[in-house]
Design a binder for this molecule. Structure first.
Ligand code: IFM
Length: 457
């Protein structure tokens, strides 16, 4: 296997998000989020799970900070719950919510761990959705910028890296078109509005952050996925090019080039939101760094029955069992192909086509079936190997001039994996959800050794 050789100063960390770990659903004046509501609707989440308790980090974050210190993490990516800070999403501020994040960040800094703070990881205040339409309306962008200013107003003196949005594609597409994520809408107009208004919200928030803290580094985390044709047929190649626009370029092009990608944008003309003359300038002058969330590639087929786009990503070959190797290809427990070369391809493309921005890999990792053995260990060799392969290609990308500066494992902890509930475990630390006991998995111990080894060099 390729060795892991990372540039000097490269940060190694781990990531989580508020709804997936905090619990404390109604604690200290927190308002409900769309995920609190959605996860309690019958049949929405596997096994009837929800984030009411999750990893219980609202009650106790110190245990996990101690683990992070033991592993030697340079940085920790966390998200702020908007309804914890502003229960109705606008107007009234819940000081106790802000106090929580202040304590958490102070504890991280005391442990020598740099906080990377995401402002929106999908848990929109429910009131904002119900009364104001959330990001499906233009004013959602302004509410988001106001909320960002509140958080940065309190924490901006100790946080240097801010990530406005996590995976706006997922939020817009699954939440507003597929309906399998909160807020559960199935409406192509809402999908495109949520897309544009998130980008606009990102741009407005970035400007507010810079006005408050000119030295702050502002980024956005995009889920990027190389889209490859499933076969060399021309129809599949065209389908893959369109899928690339739909997932990757729909966000990269406005952020770096100031326009939406054609022909995808043209195909959607019936559903497009109003884009005002200044919007693209606000969106495209907004980034100090790009956050890349990478898990796998998509293999795309032409599919004439799919409306508008006529394409579909290939699903697992019938013979494959999740978590196993089929026809020489390894799959994670999510059924996602293990494909580290895709991360290299993406990083190199950012250099070639998007001006080589500073990049942090803000998520990368895999779910596998983990078992705590009688001797209290979790032997997750598949995850260790997944992480090692992706770190190796990250180092290789840096050697060919990609400006990649850090890497965050998804995730520090096993946590609430959205529609899948708690049964998909991504952590390098195992969580027993009944007792809240933590066990550092072998992958976590290995990651700690890697960090120690890097420090010595
Ligand atoms: O758990 C999610 C995370 O919230 C966003 N990115 C992908 C992860 C794994 O599915």
């Amino acid at each position: 296997m390729m060795p892991i050789d990372l540039p000097p100063g490269f940060l190694l960390g781990a990531a989580t998000s508020a709804y997936q770990i905090e619990g404390g659903r109604d604690a200290d004046g927190k308002g409900p989020s769309i995920w609190d509501h959605f996860s309690h609707r019958r049949g929405r989440i596997r096994h009837g799970h929800n984030g009411d308790h999750a990893c219980d980090t609202y009650r106790d974050f110190q245990t996990d900070i101690d683990i992070m210190r033991q592993l030697g993490l340079d940085a920790y990516r966390l998200s702020v719950s908007w309804p914890r800070v502003m229960p109705e999403g606008r107007g009234r501020v819940n000081e106790k919510g802000l106090d929580y994040y202040e304590r958490l960040i102070d504890a991280l800094l005391a442990a020598g761990i740099a906080p990377f703070v995401t402002l929106f990881h999908w848990d929109l205040p429910l009131a904002l959705h119900r009364e104001r339409g959330g990001f499906a309306r233009r004013e959602g962008a302004e509410h988001f910028a106001d909320y960002a200013a509140v958080v940065v107003g309190r924490l901006g003196d100790r946080v240097s890296h801010w990530i406005t949005l996590n995976e706006p594609w997922v939020y817009a597409t699954f939440g507003h078109m597929a309906g399998n994520h909160a807020p559960g809408r199935r409406n192509p107009w809402a999908y495109l509005r949520a897309t544009h208004h998130q980008l606009l919200g990102h741009g407005l928030a970035a400007a507010r952050i810079k006005a408050l803290r000119p030295a702050a580094q502002v980024g956005i985390s995009l889920n990027l996925t190389p889209a490859h044709p499933a076969t060399p047929r021309a129809a599949d190649r065209q389908a893959a090019a369109l899928a690339d626009q739909m997932v990757n370029r729909l966000f990269l092009d406005p952020l770096f080039h100031g326009h939406y990608p054609e022909p995808y944008w043209g195909k959607l003309r019936l559903f497009r939101p109003t884009v005002r003359p200044d919007d693209m300038a606000i969106i495209s002058n907004s980034l100090d760094f790009l956050g890349v969330n990478y898990y796998t590639r998509a293999r795309v087929r032409h599919h004439r029955l799919v409306p508008l786009v006529q394409l579909w990503p290939e699903t697992l070959p019938a013979v494959a069992t999740e978590g196993q190797v089929a026809a020489g290809v390894e799959y994670s427990r999510m059924g996602w192909e293990v494909y580290p070369a895709g991360l290299f391809e993406l990083l190199f493309r950012l250099k070639k086509e998007y001006g080589n921005p500073p990049v942090y890999i803000t998520e990368n990792g895999a779910a596998f079936d983990d078992v705590v053995t009688a001797d209290g260990r979790v032997h997750d060799e598949q995850r260790r190997s997944y992480l090692a392969q992706h770190l190796a290609v990250t180092g290789a990308a840096a050697r060919v001039g990609v400006d990649v500066r850090g890497y965050f494992v998804w995730s520090l902890l096993d946590n609430f994996e959205w529609t899948y509930g708690y049964n998909k475990r991504f952590g390098i630390v195992h969580v027993d959800f009944a007792s809240q006991r933590r066990t550092i998995k072998d992958s976590g111990l290995w990651y700690g050794e890697l960090i120690r080894g890097k420090r010595k060099n």
